[in-house]
Design a protein around this ligand. Structure first.
Ligand SMILES: [Zn+2]
Ligand SMILES: [Zn+2]
Length: 303
């Protein structure tokens, strides 16, 4: 990430970046969708109805931020299924029918927003579909409604992008359509200086957030290795709530997976960054199987 949220100023804000209302195929009207997230203790919600954009400004209250967005579906010229992009902080409807997916991403950015690649596993999308694309800022590492067919987790797609495409953040989101089964399960904790769209978007662009299904990461740091043979060697140190496993992931065969033994759960782990690592990110797995994902630290290596 550009900014390590555990070392940056501000407060943590909990939010969901992907949700639907009766304006498209969701089951709740817009006001009830926002109210449900507010009542569940969320600080912000992005409304992302398919192919449409709503003015949501009247749903922000003291301590709760409504952000407008859309889920857009440009055709796929590379053989795979139609793309699903979540556009965060856009204000005008985007007509994708005749646009190249990269033009759609530029339109999103032109409106001041940012694009997320949605649910790669559910879409059957691979690097064949993604390598021609540019300027999206994140990919959904987890999408809760896609667990309806058991395809919520897209960790491998994220690692493929990080290895072959470049710097991209990971987001876990509900993609809420219903009222229970795909709600309040997957969110991001964002470190921002204020609960405003501007500050949240700035934190998103800097990667100052992490994704979770429940487990909390308490600290994440990149520090010098004092007694290393290598010049400028660094290690990543993570602290978290009690975990069954802590995993450090990098491109291809690099990484480290630690599991709790003898009932002693893990609350801390460290990993010396390999000289050839392009990135290292951290996953936490709680005893109940729920996961959290840090954003990657990026390194200028060719791997
Ligand atoms: Zn979708
Ligand atoms: Zn959706």
């Amino acid at each position: 990430m550009k900014t390590n949220p555990f070392k940056s100023p501000g407060q943590w804000y909990r939010g969901n970046t992907h949700s639907h209302s009766t304006e498209s195929d969701g089951r709740l009207p817009v006001d009830e969708r926002f109210a449900a997230y507010r009542e569940h203790g969320y600080d912000f919600l992005v409304l992302t109805d398919h192919r449409t954009v709503n003015d949501v400004s009247s749903f922000s209250t003291d301590g709760f931020l409504a952000i407008s967005g859309s889920e857009v579906h440009p055709p796929n010229p590379y053989g795979g299924d139609t793309y699903h992009f979540v556009a965060i902080d856009v204000h005008e409807r985007i007509n994708c029918a005749d646009l190249h997916p990269n033009d759609v991403i530029q339109e999103i950015k032109g409106q001041g927003g940012e694009a997320v690649l949605c649910h790669p596993y559910w879409s059957g999308h691979t690097l064949l579909d993604y390598l021609p694309l540019h300027d999206y800022f994140a990919v959904e590492v987890y999408n809760d409604t896609c667990m309806g067919i058991g395809k919520g987790f897209s960790e491998q797609a994220w690692d493929g992008l990080l290895d072959k495409a470049g710097r991209v953040y990971g987001i876990s989101a509900d993609d809420s359509h219903g009222t229970e089964h795909d709600c309040f399960h997957a969110w991001v904790n964002v470190k921002a200086v204020a609960l405003t769209t501007e500050a949240i978007m700035s934190a998103f662009r800097d990667g100052a957030f992490y994704s979770t299904l429940g487990p909390e990461i308490h600290d994440l740091d990149l520090v010098d290795v004092e007694d290393s043979q290598r010049e400028k060697a660094k290690k990543i140190v993570v602290k978290c709530e009690e975990a069954q496993a802590i995993t450090f992931k990098s491109q291809r065969s690099r990484g480290k997976h630690l599991t709790a033994t003898d009932g002693e759960l893990l609350t801390e782990a460290e990993y010396v960054v390999p000289e050839s690592a392009k990135y290292v990110r951290v996953e936490i797995t709680a005893p109940d199987g729920k996961k959290a994902w840090s954003n990657p630290f990026f390194f200028d290596n060719r791997g």
